[in-house]
Design a protein. Structure first.
Length: 618
């Protein structure tokens, strides 16, 4: 296969997907696996593009003395305005992150009845409002506009647009929402201002806020969580798992075994290898303070599949996987040590990070607090994103792997030919949850943790240790505490899990689809509140029922996962209590951010939807 025609850093022209329009770009990198170039458009949009859609700059250089068709058109119809400039003033418009490339707006001046310009910059539901007027109808669309860019307008493309517009008789006016509201009663000609002000890609600046009780709270969490985990694991391994039967038979020295640490390091290396495999699509995160969006390889499902195959091969060759169960404490301790090393590394390297690369909490000057919360938002080693890897691969794959080990251990210890119904249901529910998360991995990129949280001890420990070892507690409990459940109870538990899952999934789907495109016709039945910062808030459907319907679904599922463990002990209900507490606490964290971002519009939403998670309760 011939090598790439363009090198990193080259300038060239690239075709905007779905059109024949070319824009100037800079080559960022070339991925030999997918044969795609990662390119940066002048407006800050990052995209993966095939070589056939990239042309050298020379091809587009106008011949001396002859203006390009677009220029001719531009001059004749807009007098002296240059392409890419707005009809009202020639200021440089906003940078636009990557969104739906099909939504290129055509701007018309109604008074002249003429096309002024084809903006190729895609619309983004943020910052601006596009008023689409067709006679009496006014459809409000949210959009983000524009940055001057050297548009090469293909004559034919323009004609097609003209025709379409004539047929549809659609006039699009772009204006700032606030301006529109203020000028409701003013002269109509003044009212429709095209791209009125120069703007930047507005990424709300988060004000630092002290969470988890600051340094003292962080210290308490860091000191209490690891012992709590060992306590829980120890209780699960005891015959009598009641909470007051706590006589630790081990010392701290028993927690350490170098061989186990070696195996654990090998496991993490293997996951890292799968993470780096150039398979699976590339997705983009939310815009950063710089306006850039990071790209992420979405291959969690592949990695899980490879791990599944590996486990099958190990079982086939009768490799003793029960070793993991027999050394569970030591594995948990190894994971804890690794999370501490990782946190220290993250803290040290964050000292070189620029202010823009830091999270809001990371800007605090308190060492303990920032060590816990994390300073750098997206620490990366080359293309290896440490936080994304740990949240998706280490946490979720680790969780289902340990669950499966518990299933094998149950069969071994209880001398069963097949796992118990309780064990199967716990394994199946949680595997399904993880598969769902991996399938929708792209939407995780906008979650609080990936988009806004720094990477420090909280997430390092949470992802490397807490999720795999504490979330698998029900399965660990069932290994030594057999529970008989009737088909009726099992049916009720499955129904409860399904109910929770439906709420969780449809709430997340509604929000994700709405965030992708607020005008999605499938969401036309939903009401929304326009906000002054641009992105509207859903105020009906699940998001009109309570303010955090996805948390409600998650909590219902969490309790459904505990029920197969029966009612002999409270220990297996730990996950239900923990997740309920975590999500209630998370509500306050998310709402704090939302209040900062949406200000009084968020209060309006709270007034309209008064309950957070459960109507009439909370
Ligand atoms: N099992 C576990 O341990 C955990 C699971 N989770 C799950 O992970 C998922 C992600 O959680 P998380 O990131 O905390 O929260 P959400 O997915 O609920 O995201 C919150 C964000 O959604 C947007 N939003 C809030 N209200 C509205 C509205 N009415 N209309 C439109 N957008 C709105 C805001 O972001 P913006 O303004 O930027 O659009 C807000 O910051 C959830 O499903 C949660 O249940 C979370 C934590 C732990
Ligand atoms: C022990 C610490 C003090 C707190 C640890 C918190 C972590 C366990 C959670 C913080 C956010 C999480 C998210 C998930 C798992 C739990 C942690 C890491 C998900 C990956 C679970 C699957 C969902 O679909 C997405 C979640 C994102 C947040």
């Amino acid at each position: 296969m011939p090598g790439p025609r363009f090198s990193d850093g080259d300038s060239a022209m690239a075709r905007w997907p779905g059109s024949n329009l070319y824009f100037e770009i800079q080559i960022l990198s070339f991925d030999s696996g997918s044969q795609l170039y990662s390119v940066l458009f002048k407006d800050g949009t990052e995209m993966n593009i095939k070589e056939s859609d990239i042309r050298s700059l020379n091809i587009f250089r106008p011949k001396r003395g002859s203006a390009s068709p677009s220029r001719r058109r531009s001059r004749s119809r807009t007098r002296s305005r240059s392409p890419g400039r707005t009809p009202t003033q020639g200021r440089s418009p906003a940078r636009t992150p990557k969104t739906d490339p099909k939504s290129s707006p055509v701007v018309r001046d109604s008074r002249k009845g003429d096309i002024l310009k084809v903006h190729l910059t895609p619309l983004k539901p943020q910052d601006f409002i596009v008023e689409t007027r067709n006679g009496k109808d006014a459809i409000t669309r949210h959009a983000k506009l524009y940055r001057e860019s050297p548009v090469i307008q293909a004559e034919e493309e323009l004609k097609v647009y003209e025709k379409q517009i004539k047929n549809q008789k659609v006039l699009r006016y772009i204006q700032r929402k606030e301006y529109f509201a203020e000028s409701e009663n003013k002269d109509v000609n003044k009212k429709f201002i095209l791209n009125p002000e120069p703007t930047r890609n507005i990424v709300p600046v988060e004000k630092p806020v002290v969470e988890f009780g600051g340094a003292i709270g962080a210290t308490l969490v860091m000191l209490s969580m690891p012992p709590l985990l060992y306590y829980l694991l120890h209780m699960c391994a005891q015959k009598d798992a009641s909470l007051w039967n706590f006589y630790p038979h081990w010392t701290f020295r028993d927690l350490w075994e170098s061989t186990v640490f070696g195996y654990f390091a090998l496991w993490i290396l293997l996951l890292e290898l799968f993470y780096l495999l150039p398979i699976g699509p590339i997705a983009h995160g939310v815009p950063l303070a710089t306006g850039k969006r990071l790209s992420y390889r979405i291959n969690g499902l592949f990695a899980l599949f490879f791990i599944g195959v590996l486990v099958a091969v190990l079982l086939y060759y009768k490799i003793n996987l029960l070793y993991v169960y027999q050394h569970l404490h030591q594995f948990a301790a190894s994971a804890t040590l690794l999370s501490v090393i990782l946190s220290a590394y993250l803290f040290v390297r964050s000292r070189k990070a620029s202010q823009e690369e830091l999270s809001a909490a990371g800007k605090s000057r308190n060492f303990i607090y920032t060590f816990f919360m994390g300073r750098e938002l997206n620490p990366r080693i080359g293309k290896f994103d440490l936080k994304h890897f740990s949240a998706v691969h280490a946490a979720l794959i680790g969780w289902v792997f340990i669950n499966f080990i518990m299933l094998l251990a149950e069969m071994d210890i209880q001398q069963l030919e097949s796992p118990s119904a309780s064990m199967i249901s716990v394994n199946a529910f949680q595997l399904f949850y993880v598969l769902h998360a991996l399938w929708n991995q792209e939407s995780m990129l906008s979650s609080l943790d990936i988009a806004h949280e720094g990477f420090g001890f909280m997430l390092a420990f949470g992802n490397l240790v807490w999720v795999p070892f504490a979330y698998s507690l029900q399965a660990a409990y069932l290994v030594k505490h057999p529970v008989e459940i009737s088909w009726a109870v099992l049916g009720a538990v499955v129904a409860m899990n399904t109910f929770g899952y439906i709420i969780f999934r449809s709430a997340n789907n509604q929000k994700n689809a709405f965030r992708r495109n607020p005008e999605d016709p499938r969401l036309s039945y939903l009401k929304s509140i326009p906000t002054s910062c641009g992105s509207p808030l859903l105020a009906s459907g699940w998001w009109g029922f309570v303010r955090h319907p996805n948390y409600l679904g998650d909590i219902i599922m969490a309790w459904a996962w505990c029920l197969p463990c029966g009612f002999n002990d409270v220990l297996p209900y730990f996950y239900g209590f923990f997740l309920t507490g975590l999500l209630i606490h998370r509500v306050s964290r998310v709402e704090h951010r939302c209040r900062q971002k949406y200000s009084h519009d968020w209060d309006k939403y709270c007034h309209l939807v008064p309950y957070r998670i459960l109507p009439y309760v909370y």
